[in-house]
Design a protein around this ligand. Structure first.
Ligand code: OSB
Ligand code: MG
Length: 376
């Protein structure tokens, strides 16, 4: 494929309600879209990527302005230079071409995703087909933020259950853990329930965290810091609740280590966090080979990222419901045709590439910044 230009489109979308985690409260989302225009056998093709970096470096070290700068100053010029030197650009080659840039996985992921979309659209092939998805719909879970009171939390959870979400994930932090979990269990009984601490605890909190074992949770996600693989392994021996890692799993190599060391019984796969959909697929394969369940996490994606995540989650190792909720979980109006809940499931798009694209008028309305880089 020959890339003609890459557009970096920053959009701003208000959230339907504030989303609070142990690290921040978000009231809006500012995703960075990557639009690649290319020629495949002389025919024009367009591909879309979505960068999941948050505005601030509070979930990982990446952040919106840094990711945009990285793409603009390094990743896209490096890709153009490789192309000028004779490399036929394919998604499979993007990671290799960018290998000398350390880190910046969310930025790399967005560029690789856009190239993959362009390439699959040109081939008339869907993301689901590319991943080898074995289902046409995926069960939908919802991530429920920290609320100001237990009563408000119970209202929110009740609303999601009424809409048909098949699994509830509660965000927890010190001071908002045992009691909200107990309250949700008492009110809603035996629902599939899990918690996510976003690295808010230390191993010294083990006695407190062990009290969560009483609530028969599906898993506890990332209780300790990103770098604490050994300490997660130790905590796992102290708790019966299965240990799931999110922030810690930044690559297939790290996933292999976490599994070998007993730090992860379950893995949350987020393509942006691990550097792209190809690396995400490798983590799925490693986990499956080791009998470790995976599920697809979320980063409040627009319909662009949501489409790709749904396709990925169609792979057979994704045996737990993901954080792939309907568009209206976060947005009144998505930039693509909305993803909707259907009997607790989200349908995987079937068209070429992502199978969805931004609606031009909607995109124009929410775009706050655009920059275009052209191949020489
Ligand atoms: O830890 O899974 C997380 C959102 C932003 C950053 C980190 C996380 C989350 C979520 C939301 O839990 C998942 C979603 O997109 O529905
Ligand atoms: Mg998480």
């Amino acid at each position: 494929m020959h890339i003609l230009d890459v557009e970096l489109i920053t959009v701003r979308l208000p959230l339907v309600s504030p989303f609070t985690t142990s690290f921040s409260t978000q009231t809006e989302r500012t995703p960075l879209l990557v639009k690649v225009t290319a020629l495949e056998d002389g025919v024009r093709t367009v591909g879309w990527g979505e960068c999941v970096a948050l505005n601030d470096p509070v979930y990982s070290e990446e952040y919106l302005d840094g990711a945009r700068s990285m793409l603009e100053s390094y990743l896209i010029p490096i890709l153009f230079a490789a192309q000028a030197a004779g490399t036929d650009i394919t998604a499979e080659r993007v990671g290799h071409v960018l290998r000398h840039i350390v880190g910046h996985r969310m930025a790399k992921s967005a560029l690789e995703m856009a190239v993959l979309d362009a390439q699959l659209r040109a081939a008339g092939r869907s993301f689901a087909d590319f991943f080898g998805a074995t289902v046409d719909r995926v069960p939908s879970g919802v991530s429920v933020g920290i609320h100001e009171s237990t009563a408000q939390l119970l209202d929110a959870v009740g609303g999601y259950l009424e809409q048909g979400y098949v699994r509830i994930k509660l965000k927890i932090k010190p001071g908002w853990d045992i009691e909200p979990v107990r309250a949700v269990r008492e009110r809603f009984g035996d629902i599939p329930l899990q918690v996510d601490a976003n690295a808010a605890y230390t191993l010294l909190d083990a006695p407190l965290l062990r009290r969560l074992d009483a609530f028969d949770l599906l898993l506890i996600e990332q209780p300790l810091a990103e770098d604490d693989l050994r300490q997660h392994a130790q905590l796992a021996t102290l708790m019966t609740t299965p240990m799931c890692l999110d922030e810690s799993i930044v690559s297939a190599a790290r996933a292999a280590d976490a599994i070998a060391w007993g730090a992860a019984a379950i893995i949350n796969i987020k393509p942006g966090r691990v550097g792209g959909y190809l690396e995400a697929k490798r983590i799925h394969d490693i986990a499956s080979a080791n009998g470790v369940a995976v599920w697809c996490g979320g980063m409040l994606e627009t319909g662009i990222g949501r489409a790709a995540n749904a396709a990925l989650a169609g792979m057979p190792g994704f045996t737990l419901p993901g954080d792939i909720s309907a568009s209206d979980r976060f947005y009144r109006e998505d930039i693509t045709a909305p993803f909707v809940l259907d009997g607790g499931d989200i349908a995987i798009p079937t068209g070429p590439g992502l199978g969805v694209e931004p609606i031009p008028e909607v995109l124009a309305d929410v775009t706050v910044h655009t920059v275009t880089l052209r191949a020489s």
